[in-house]
Write a protein that binds this ligand. Structure first.
Ligand SMILES: [Zn+2]
Ligand SMILES: [Zn+2]
Length: 209
């Protein structure tokens, strides 16, 4: 499997470009900005984008989705519960002092238990609310990887003081769903470096397993 992780936008959101080496089909997770850079990676690997996934509707994760869809025709998958945030991208842009990006809307609403695909690659959707109501994490069992959005970070957890945040919910999501994954699972957070479930269970100061 091809997997490139690139920090996009001014907040350095980790955008994942994941490609199937056989079918050359790809999924992009969290295209927060810099769609031209993402398109360049797809082109360099000879990949056709089939699936755009937004882990949650914060501007740094969703901001480039409409432009990426316009360039590729790939549908946007997101959880319905985050439309309260994507409907106010103008407010989010004002907080950050950036231009308001186009709201991509949702082509296919996604929820707990869905399997999102590109070629032979399968990403299981875990609904992990708390950072936002519609936050999802993506578990690629065959690759032993978790794309955690802004729910779980290396040594930290997502903030819950923004609109729609809920600290009890994020604890429940992490303990009930993420810490239930195999301990060797590699966690790729929405910002910063990677970690593993085992490391966070034993040393995360906010949520011990
Ligand atoms: Zn966020
Ligand atoms: Zn973020």
């Amino acid at each position: 499997m091809i997997h490139e992780i690139i920090p996009v936008g001014i907040l350095g959101c980790n955008c994942s470009v994941i490609g199937d080496e056989t079918s050359r089909e790809a999924m992009v997770i969290d295209p927060g900005d810099d769609p031209d850079q993402i398109l360049g990676i797809l082109k360099r690997h000879g990949l056709a984008l089939k699936t755009i996934i937004v882990t949650h509707a914060h501007i740094d994760h969703i901001g480039g989705a409409a432009r990426l869809r316009a360039a590729t025709g790939a549908p946007v998958y997101m959880h319905q519960d985050d439309t309260i945030l994507s409907d106010r991208l103008d407010l989010q842009a004002a907080w950050l002092g950036v231009e308001t990006p186009e709201n991509p809307g949702i082509d296919t609403p996604t929820r707990e238990g869905d399997m999102l695909r590109a070629g032979s690659i399968e990403a299981a959707v875990l609904h992990t609310p708390g950072h936002t109501p519609g936050s999802i994490s993506l578990y690629l069992a065959a690759e032993n990887k978790l794309i955690a959005g802004d729910t779980l970070f290396r040594g930290s957890i997502g903030r819950t003081d923004l609109p729609g945040g809920d600290s009890a919910e994020i604890m429940k999501s992490i303990r009930g769903k993420l810490y239930a994954l195999p301990e060797s699972t590699i966690v790729i957070p929405g910002h910063g470096g990677s970690t593993t479930i085992a490391t966070e269970k034993t040393s995360n100061p906010f949520v011990r397993g």
